[in-house]
Design a binder for this molecule. Structure first.
Ligand code: NAP
Length: 268
């Protein structure tokens, strides 16, 4: 029987999710890596294996509840148990005002950002209960702040925070937290810089461009270290909370556990 921690990470092909996988791989954890694009997952799996972890690659869209069940079943078949779920997969699109957004675009955003985590929880809940496991729902500052032309994203992340609170109340044997990763140098921020000027009020579009030009974006490895720590060690009394990646209660023990950088600073 496998005794390494076993963690499912959705959205693990790049950005924050890939960095969470590398931190966990570096501790020898078994990680199931999920995204819609397998070509993006394979290099991350190779890194995890090189760092001493055990990867399992599953191409899936978390908007599909059957796919979420397959992710859970394949993980337990392969590794024998499940200790944590990191619901990280997310999309910011449609970047469009409410008045101009098509219903199907708005709905797919909710399917990925809200229903994906819900379906993943449903699929994994019995295993997580059995092992007093943890769920980290990767949320956003957008759950509390207005981003014009991103109404679906803001609303889905707000709902994700509240879903986390209800889940925590219902499930005394699971620790579920929502985590805010800050502003992070990933493809998602690239999209905001690219599309913002056509879609957002000028001041808001300029804000996203300035985050990059002024060097204010975090490298993905920084919030990922906090998220990886939460997946392994979030204390039960935090269940239901929405927490910041740079809260010292998280970032300090995360730094102690994982260190400043992954070996050789390969992954930034
Ligand atoms: N970057 C920021 O500043 C920031 C700020 C606040 C919150 N966040 C949150 O952090 C999380 C990670 O974002 P990121 O910045 O790392 O973005 P990213 O670089 O765009 O990565 C998103 C990941 O999610 C996967 N994904 C997207 N839709 C999916 C689906 N339907 N099913 C399965 N996988 C899916 C993507 O792979 P495929 O496209 O191949 O599926 C990719 O691996 C998101 O939840 C995001 O909302 C980011």
């Amino acid at each position: 029987m496998n005794t390494r921690p076993v963690v499912i990470i959705t959205g693990a092909s790049r950005g924050i999710g890939a960095a969470v996988a590398r931190w966990l791989g570096n501790t020898g954890a078994a990680v199931t890596l999920v995204a819609r694009t397998e070509s993006g997952l394979n290099p991350v799996a190779a890194d995890v294996a090189e760092l001493g972890g055990k990867p399992l690659v599953i191409r899936a869209d978390v908007a599909d509840p059957d796919a979420c069940r397959r992710i859970a079943e394949s993980t337990v078949d392969r590794f024998g148990r499940l200790d944590a779920l990191v619901n990280n997969a997310g999309i910011v699109e449609p970047l469009e005002t409410v008045a101009r957004t098509k219903p199907a675009q708005w709905r797919y955003n909710f399917e990925v950002n809200l229903l994906g985590p819900v379906f993943m929880v449903m699929a994994t809940i019995s295993e997580l209960r059995r092992h007093r496991g943890r769920i980290v729902n990767v949320s956003s500052g957008a759950s509390q702040h207005v981003i014009q032309a991103a109404s679906a994203y803001c609303a889905a992340k707000a709902a994700l925070n509240h879903f986390t609170r209800v889940l925590a109340a219902e499930e005394p044997n699971i620790t579920a937290v929502a985590a805010r990763p800050g502003v992070v140098d990933t493809r998602m921020q690239e999209l905001l810089r690219e599309k913002g000027p056509q879609k957002m009020p000028p001041q808001q579009a300029a804000y996203y461009r300035q985050l990059k030009t002024q060097g204010r974006l975090e490298p993905a490895a920084v919030p990922a270290r906090s998220i990886a720590w939460l997946a392994l060690h979030a204390p039960h009394q935090w269940s239901g909370l929405f927490m910041n990646y740079d809260d010292p209660q998280i970032s300090t023990p995360a730094m102690q556990l994982f260190g400043e950088s992954i070996e050789g600073n390969l992954y930034g």
